[in-house]
Design a protein around this ligand. Structure first.
Ligand code: ADP
Ligand code: ADP
Ligand code: ZN
Length: 215
């Protein structure tokens, strides 16, 4: 069993690769972005509180996402956890280390998904997800089947995120460079960092991640 982090800017392909790992290795995907969107959809107090922050493309506070992750780690995962979009700050990284240690778990690797900023506008503005199963699609690189039905679950519920626009992406990228990119040095210093070229085709990225996990 192993616990890993997928680290990269918005649109790097973290969610896409996490879903592959869930299928191929029975790991459990923990996406704080998905959890926050669920909270928003449920209309909970926390969901209302974070809605505007997410729409602007800023990060929500550490205490909120750490609370969400704490609950999920406590549930355990036989195949190991994939942290997708968490941690995003040094404070979150320290908290994750503590939470894992409390549970007697370890962090086994951090995969950096390296991409050029230039590729991200197209990645983000072309993204859609299946409302039925969460499968990630892209208008150009992974279009919905011609009959409009998800190849994974058959649903025709195409979802696009309100924050997947160029304006919000600018803020999200600035947040990434300011607050999240320091984690690359943090994990490199611990000897945990593996970098893969996220600009390759999805299958090639998946193969490189698999190789990094064997190393
Ligand atoms: P992407 O897949 O494009 O990187 P996510 O779905 O991971 O986006 O996150 C969407 C939004 O949710 C972020 O822009 C941010 O507002 C919020 N968010 C998600 N994860 C975190 C986190 N770990 N810390 C703070 N904010 C987060
Ligand atoms: P993240 O979770 O890092 O924000 P996603 O996995 O949601 O990124 O991917 C963003 C968009 O780019 C999606 O529309 C997805 O289908 C597409 N995508 C992901 N990986 C690749 C790839 N290797 N090549 C081309 N498009 C990709
Ligand atoms: Zn589906």
């Amino acid at each position: 069993m192993s616990n890993i982090i997928l680290l990269g800017p918005p649109g790097a392909g973290k969610g896409t690769q996490a879903r592959q790992l869930v299928e191929s290795r029975g790991m459990v995907q923990l996406s704080t972005g998905d959890m926050l969107r669920e909270a928003q959809a449920s209309g909970s107090e926390m969901g209302k509180k974070v809605a505007e922050v997410i729409a602007r493309g800023e990060l929500v506070t550490d205490d909120i996402v750490i609370g969400l992750i704490r609950e999920k780690i406590a549930e355990g995962a036989e195949g190991g956890f994939i942290f997708d979009g968490f941690p995003r700050t040094l404070g979150q990284a320290d908290a994750l280390g503590d939470l894992l240690a409390e549970m007697g778990l370890s962090l086994d690797g951090v995969i950096e998904m390296a991409v050029d900023d230039g590729a991200l506008v197209a990645r983000i503005t072309g993204r859609s997800t299946c409302g039925g199963c969460g499968e990630v699609y892209h208008d150009q690189t992974k279009p919905w089947p011609a009959d409009g039905k998800c190849s994974n679950c058959g649903s025709s519920d195409v979802k696009r995120r309100a924050d997947d626009n160029e304006e919000s992406l600018k803020t999200r990228l600035m947040e990434y460079y300011k607050k999240t990119s320091p984690l690359l040095g943090y994990y490199y210093a611990k000897g945990d960092l593996h970098s893969v070229d996220g600009l390759q085709a999805m299958e090639a990225v998946a193969a490189d991640i698999a190789a990094a996990l064997e190393a």
